[in-house]
Design a protein around this ligand. Structure first.
Ligand code: TXA
Ligand code: MG
Length: 307
């Protein structure tokens, strides 16, 4: 792995694109200080140029160099959750260029904990701009082979399947209060042990995770309440692919049974959606998870998958 990490860092320095594992999902990385490299990144992803991208670092100290104001709350969150599945949006410093912030006055910063991501970021010794390594709007990648099947990249680091399985939690601290822009690997309850967090309103800064149909498979997907699943299956039969908590139903060929705990569910989610998407069925039926706070991040991704 060491020589691969060195090679990947060289590719980044030369302006290339490197897919790398993080604990949340795989990222598609480019040198955050290079306009050309980031332009290539947006082209590979098929992402509009005015969408900001998260910049990744090995340490909080390096990350904070990209911010010009570091509120006490940011330091506390960093101490508690970095390295880990948390992204903070802070007022940017001159190091965070328009081409990573989408022209906004804030920047998204993250210090991932995955050992291969850490090794790459240390070896590269700079900020790595990295969206999730999937085409814009698609389901994120949680294995190296998900990435290879979908995008043109210069180098892929394989670090096994991502542990968390869904994207980082994004907290915006650029306005004097903490606003939750995207639920994710760190729960709101965990954050609220440290500070008060408000849910976002519709006028919050642009972020593509905020688009309604995002993280979506190509096959139309629909959320179905547990008690309604049987009737839906009776209607669709083998044309349905099902993601559910219960045991497979013999009328359905493609059925993935999901864990009953939110962490286990999140870990399997994107691979499961990709598999069901590939089944060639007309509809993906997703059994709605419980309506409790611990399922917030999973429910968020599922409702977007269902558009
Ligand atoms: O777990 C993750 O966060 C993964 C891994 C690779 O780190 N990355 C990821 O990146 O999910 P991406 O680009 O797919 O989603 C990042 C979200 C986008 O919705 C983006 O618009 C938002 O973060 N974002 C980035 N910078 C922002 C900013 N300054 N203000 C508001 N939203 C921002
Ligand atoms: Mg994404």
């Amino acid at each position: 792995m060491n020589s691969e990490v060195r090679r990947a860092a060289e590719v980044l320095r030369a302006g290339g694109l490197v897919a790398f594992p993080t604990e949340t999902v795989y990222g598609l990385g480019a040198d955050a200080s290079s306009a050309e490299a980031v332009a290539r990144l947006y082209a590979a992803k098929g992402r509009p140029a005015d969408h900001p991208v998260i910049v990744h670092f090995a340490t909080a100290e390096a990350a904070f160099d990209f911010a010009r104001e570091i509120p006490q709350a940011a330091r506390k969150l960093a101490e508690k959750f970095w390295p880990g599945p948390l992204t903070m949006v802070l007022k940017r410093s001159p190091l965070a260029k328009d081409f990573v912030t989408g022209g906004q006055d804030s920047v998204g910063l993250r210090v991932p904990s995955h050992p291969v991501a850490q090794a790459l970021l240390r070896e590269f010794d700079g900020g790595v701009a990295a969206p999730s390594a999937n085409r814009f709007g698609n389901v994120s990648a949680t294995t190296a082979s998900h990435v290879v099947g979908e995008m043109d990249v210069d180098f892929v680091l394989d670090g096994g399947p991502s542990e968390v399985g869904i994207e980082s939690t994004i907290v915006d601290l650029s306005s004097g209060e903490a606003v939750l822009l995207r639920p994710g690997g760190i729960s709101k309850a965990q954050l609220e042990k440290i500070l008060k967090v408000r849910d976002k309103q519709s006028d919050s800064p642009r972020h593509s995770g905020g688009l309604e149909r995002h993280y979506a498979p190509k096959t139309p997907a629909r959320l179905v309440a547990p008690h309604a699943l049987d009737a839906e299956i009776a209607k669709l039969g083998a044309d349905a692919a099902v993601l559910a908590f219960s045991k497979p139903d013999e009328r359905v060929e493609y059925w993935i049974r999901m864990p009953k705990d939110p962490q286990g569910y999140a870990r399997k989610l994107y691979a499961a959606l990709r598999e069901l998407d590939g089944a060639g069925c007309g509809t993906i039926l997703i059994e709605t998870p419980p309506d409790t706070a611990e399922w917030d991040a999973v429910r968020d991704r599922l409702s977007r998958a269902a558009g």
